[in-house]
Design a protein around this ligand. Structure first.
Ligand code: MLC
Ligand code: AMP
Length: 466
């Protein structure tokens, strides 16, 4: 059973937990979760795909859990989504309804509310492991986001592999304040907890003070969160009582790693993954946690490095190659995009991650960077330069544009748009926030006379990104 801790027999057998999930001021016991989520399942069973505006609320938890009980694929929609991105996700996914919260502009879809106090004890048969659990939208270098098909088997395999790597058990209290529309916050944080059976606390915003107050044993954060914790001595000291601090979604800077060790006494575990592959590499609870390195392949995962010709690259800790991964947690392709799927997922089951890495003689991996300058990681969010450029070019104040990720001590990379045109920077920033999503907005717009171009007329982005 995918969400093993919600097995009605276990809950009825005296294994209720009064505070299984705490989120947005609400506390749900395990029997609340089973009863209310099954009531959701009854309302949407057989509905095809449904969209869930994934705000961090109890309604979102019940909506997603209810869909997984009923075997209805969920399309998580970013909580801060803008108009064009929302339309794209709904059209591309073919979602049939909004479940739970409904946005101001529902785009003509019916709304199925989630009733927090409804209860059903109907028992659904467990859907096939091959069934799609989630269609999760993620950015590529160009074009609008693609829907990644994630099966129930992939989620179960990934959570189980992480549980083994981190000694994650029902005795843990897992704390995070990450969005519930991406792998990190939703699949690992929420669904992982509902599979393992540990208590789950969502802090709302992932502030250092909220992390300190939550008194958890297992904490998840993106590097921006850890960098802010490391800058808040009181909060960091409070995390000394935790069992394990886990960082992922972007590279954890070595100075942040060192500062966490100094203040909390914990060397953070770092793990690596993607929407397409889920998490495939991690340092281990009982193994070496080397700053700047993302660890070893999880159970069932194989990795390889290739050069430009596809030939194998030696695992000597120095030679850089393109990272490919294979394992039971990989996706089943992009929805409606066989062309894009074929570009990254081989018939042999290897996924080309788009990251470049080194592997040492012991199998430890270090991520060196991304192959493309057009895939930006800001605050742990993956953002395509192309989608922002397309939206900016649709604004009358923009003649030419180049979007890059500039190094940033807080966000890892900061989105900067270089614009030739007459628009005001704030107006253009707001335009992106309203059309795509608030987290994709450029933090800075620089109005320039011309973009630097090479002899072929191509914008020299690496020059802009320094
Ligand atoms: C400011 N805001 C605007 C705005 N300017 N809104 C609209 N238009 C404008 N022009 C508002 C925001 O909406 C928000 O409002 C507030 O300002 C602050 O937003 P922010 O500046 O974006 O927040 P920030 O502090 O930069 O966020 C940092 C962060 C966030 C770390 C909390 O980046 C984050 O949650 N990152 C997590 C990403 C993640 O989970 N990635 C995992 C991908 S899965 P308000 O009202 O909200 O305050 C993956 C796989 C793996 O990668 O390996 O894990
Ligand atoms: P996403 O699809 O949002 O999950 O983003 C996946 C990408 O995030 C990967 O391809 C990497 O580029 C990056 N990433 C995730 N975890 C790490 C990490 N620990 N170190 C460096 N990069 C990471």
């Amino acid at each position: 059973m995918l969400l093993a801790s919600l097995n009605p027999s276990i809950v009825a057998g005296g294994h209720d937990v009064a505070d299984a999930v705490r989120i947005d001021g609400a506390t749900l016991s395990r029997s609340d979760l089973v009863g209310a989520a099954t009531a959701v399942a009854e309302r949407i069973a057989g509905a095809g795909r449904v969209a869930v505006l994934a705000t961090p609320t109890a309604a979102t938890v019940l909506a997603i859990t209810g869909c997984l009980i009923a075997g209805v694929p969920v399309v998580p929609v970013p909580a801060d989504v803008g108009a064009a991105e929302r339309r794209h996700i709904l059209t591309d996914s073919g979602a049939r309804a909004w479940l739970g919260e409904v946005p101001a502009e529902p785009e003509g879809l019916p709304h199925v509310p989630v009733r927090l106090h409804a209860r059903s004890w109907h028992r659904y048969a467990e859907p096939s492991p091959d069934a799609t659990a989630l269609v999760m939208y993620t950015s590529g270098t160009t074009g609008p986001p693609k829907g990644v098909l994630i099966s129930r088997r992939a989620i179960a395999a990934d959570v189980d592999a992480l549980a083994a790597a981190w000694a994650w058990t029902p005795d843990d209290t897992l704390v995070h304040g990450l969005p519930l529309f991406h792998v990190h916050g939703l699949i690992l944080g929420l669904l992982g907890s509902l599979r393992i059976g540990n208590r789950f606390v969502h802090t709302g915003k992932p502030t250092p003070a909220a992390y300190a107050e939550a008194a958890g044993s297992l904490y998840f954060g993106v590097p921006t969160v850890w960098s802010r914790v490391a800058g808040d001595v009181d909060a960091a000291l409070a995390l000394s009582s935790a069992r394990l601090l886990v960082s992922g979604s972007a590279a954890l800077p070595v100075p942040v790693f060192d500062e966490l060790v100094r203040l909390t006494g914990h060397a953070p575990v770092e793990r690596y993954g993607s929407t397409e592959s889920l998490i495939t590499l991690s340092t281990l609870v009982d193994g070496e946690r080397r700053p700047g390195w993302v660890g070893l392949p999880l159970d069932g995962v194989r990795t390889r490095l290739t050069d430009d010709d596809g030939a194998a690259v030696p695992h000597d800790g120095e030679t850089i190659g393109r990272l490919e991964v294979q394992g039971p947690m990989l996706f089943d392709g992009y929805l409606n995009r066989p062309d894009a799927t074929a570009e990254v997922l081989g018939a042999d089951g290897w996924y080309r991650t788009g990251d470049v890495a080194v592997i040492d003689g012991d199998g430890m991996h270090r991520i060196v960077g991304r192959e493309s300058v057009d895939l930006i990681k800001s605050g742990g969010y993956r953002i395509g330069a192309g989608e922002i450029e397309t939206v900016l070019l649709g604004h009358p104040g923009v003649d030419e544009v180049a979007v890059v990720g500039v190094p940033d001590t807080d966000l890892g990379q900061r989105i900067v748009a270089f614009v030739v045109g007459s628009g005001s920077p704030q107006e253009l920033i707001d335009h992106v926030a309203q059309q795509l999503s608030a987290h994709k907005r450029p933090r800075e717009v620089r109005i320039v006379d011309a973009l630097p171009r090479n002899a072929m007329g191509k914008v020299m982005k690496r020059e802009l990104a320094t």
